[in-house]
Design a protein around this ligand. Structure first.
Ligand SMILES: O=C(O)CCC(=O)C(=O)O
Ligand SMILES: [Fe+2]
Length: 283
């Protein structure tokens, strides 16, 4: 198993040439610890003080929303939770993804805008999804699936591929999170044609060959680390301690052809794609 760990002294053009254009994953160690105004790790009780009155959605181990709770209630739940077999509630609090969306993290991200910044190696211009040519700063601009993810130890996202033929970045803000990734070519080992294997609770009968492949990335992220998740890569994450992450998806001009192909094959009907296709002012 490979941890593509790297001291992240790379710049935007090196990131584009080495990772973005080649669809290769990248783990950037300690790439924002010192540059954020609110230095990681962010403390949960401080977040609860600032955002406790917000209503937030709580999810299962994939992307099914279970219920909504007050942020303060969620943090209290984390602090009181008896360690047991029950699934860990996972707060995935996204910014607006479509015109009608009851719960969104827009206000919280507005309030957090002075506190964090995107890794410096990410391109700052020429995105096609969302369509932003200049000053494409995820701190102040809305991006697909931009969200604040918070969970206790054991909180996890099962193996999946991200939608919209998009790439993603995740910044680890608080605690340790294990990230495991397989390349798109591993599909035949990880899928039974219908569902994907749950690598934490593997069903060896349904997925008899999955042990014959190794993940390309098996990395534990710490506060200040970021991971680049290229389009089409299978990935799964589990929090090893109480965890806070910030994540978002995007397509950069470098991968415009891939995105155009996705749109042609029906992606243009996706509500999130339609929403981010509009100029920001009209959303
Ligand atoms: O940090 C996690 O739980 C996984 C995030 C992820 O892969 C996603 O939201 O698509
Ligand atoms: Fe993902």
């Amino acid at each position: 198993m490979i941890d593509h760990g790297s001291a992240s002294g790379i710049d935007q053009s090196e990131f584009i040439d080495t990772y973005l254009s080649r669809n290769r994953p990248f783990v950037a160690r300690n790439c924002f610890l010192r540059s954020w105004s609110m230095a990681p790790p962010w403390q949960l009780d401080l977040l609860a003080q600032r955002f406790g009155h917000h209503r937030v959605p709580v999810f299962d181990t994939l992307f099914e929303m279970q219920r909504t709770v007050d942020f303060s209630e969620f943090v209290a739940m984390m602090e009181k939770r008896a360690r047991g077999d029950e699934p860990v509630p996972y707060m995935r609090w996204y910014v607006r993804q479509r015109r009608f969306q009851m719960i969104c993290a827009d206000k919280a991200f507005e309030e957090l805008a002075g506190d964090w910044s995107a890794p410096s190696w990410l391109p700052s211009t020429d995105y096609v999804f969302p369509a932003i040519r200049q000053d494409a700063d995820p701190v102040r601009k809305s991006f697909p699936a931009k969200g604040l993810f918070i969970c206790d130890a054991g909180g996890r996202t099962r193996l999946h591929v991200d939608p919209w033929a998009s790439d993603a970045v995740l910044c680890q803000v608080t605690g340790e999170k294990r990230f495991v990734m397989y390349p798109p070519e591993a599909a035949e080992f990880l899928s039974d044609g219908d569902t994907l294997i749950d690598v934490e609770n593997p069903d060896d009968v349904r997925f008899p060959r999955w042990r014959s492949i190794e993940p390309v990335v098996d990395a534990t992220l710490s506060p200040g680390d970021a991971i680049f998740i290229p389009a089409g890569w299978y990935h799964t994450a589990v929090a090893l301690t109480p965890s806070v992450s910030i994540t978002w998806n995007f397509v950069h001009e470098t991968n415009a052809d891939r995105f155009a192909e996705y749109l042609r094959s029906g992606g243009d009907a996706d509500p999130t794609v339609k929403y981010f296709g509009q100029p920001a002012k009209q959303r």
